[in-house]
Design a protein. Sequence first.
Length: 275
Amino acid sequence: MNTRYEHISILGLGAMGRALADALLGAGREVTVWNRSAGKAGELVARGAKEASSVGEAVAAGDLTVICLLDDASVRETLTPVLSDLTGTTLVNVTSGSVRQARALAGWLEGHGVRFLAGGIMAVPQSVGTPGAFILYSGPRDLFDRVAPVLGPMGRAHWVGEDAGFAALYDMAALSGMYGMGAGTDHAVTLVHAEGGDLETFKREVLRPWLEQMLPISVDGADASASVPDEYNPAMQAVGLENLLAASGEAGVPAELAGHLSASLWRMRRAVANG
Ligand SMILES: NC(=O)c1ccc[n+]([C@@H]2O[C@H](COP(=O)([O-])OP(=O)(O)OC[C@H]3O[C@@H](n4cnc5c(N)ncnc54)[C@H](OP(=O)(O)O)[C@@H]3O)[C@@H](O)[C@H]2O)c1
């Protein structure tokens, strides 16, 4: 059993797989790559990667295989034909998927004698390997401890628990926060634009400093019970949200873009009704 993890194979050369391979090559790792469609390995091979002509060849070449495909179905479709060759190998799946999919995949692969870690990439291809990038991992802690220094160049490695589903759980939940923020900022600039405001000034002088001020309050104050603390004054907030929705309607902003405000209004009205 080779557990030194000096040679890494990557399955999947989409935008993210290429970025991961590039970061590992940049850190001097030995890298073998495989992709379903031909023609995506050229630049990586020019930088020193080896290209495998099959999944089995790629897995056999590496001490550790990182899987970065589209979704859970593509991972299973890719691994199923080589399942019997995976026994004794180490696989790290950073393909996005649901919590249940991650747990099921871990059970399936561990049942075939695979050492397995699930991952969730908290980066975009352009930020892979930069100081802000991090990757969530879940699964056996001892395996994480051995793998983390090897995969560190892809992004800071952060273990979130033995439960294989937790990397996906925290990844999905963080994405929910991101999309919520994106929905709010999209609505904000649409409203400003619709009423003739200057977008650059608004973004730089108002939106960014306001969100920077509110981010810690918003994250620290988040509550899984969907209750609203008294100091938030839900009655006042409900009126404010009604005003905001009215302003949005007056400006002709599509109601769909203000969906996040309706969710907040529902929460505030519920808090008021519950006393
Ligand atoms: N891009 C991002 O910003 C980002 C950020 C965080 C996490 N992620 C996650 O990283 C993963 C990869 O994202 P990406 O941006 O690299 O996506 P992408 O550019 O669309 O690449 C998808 C990859 O999956 C392969 N693939 C799709 N279906 C397949 C199948 N049935 N069998 C084998 N291979 C298959 C594609 O191969 P072909 O070239 O042959 O089509 C390609 O290598 C996703 O799970 C994504 O959610 C991405």
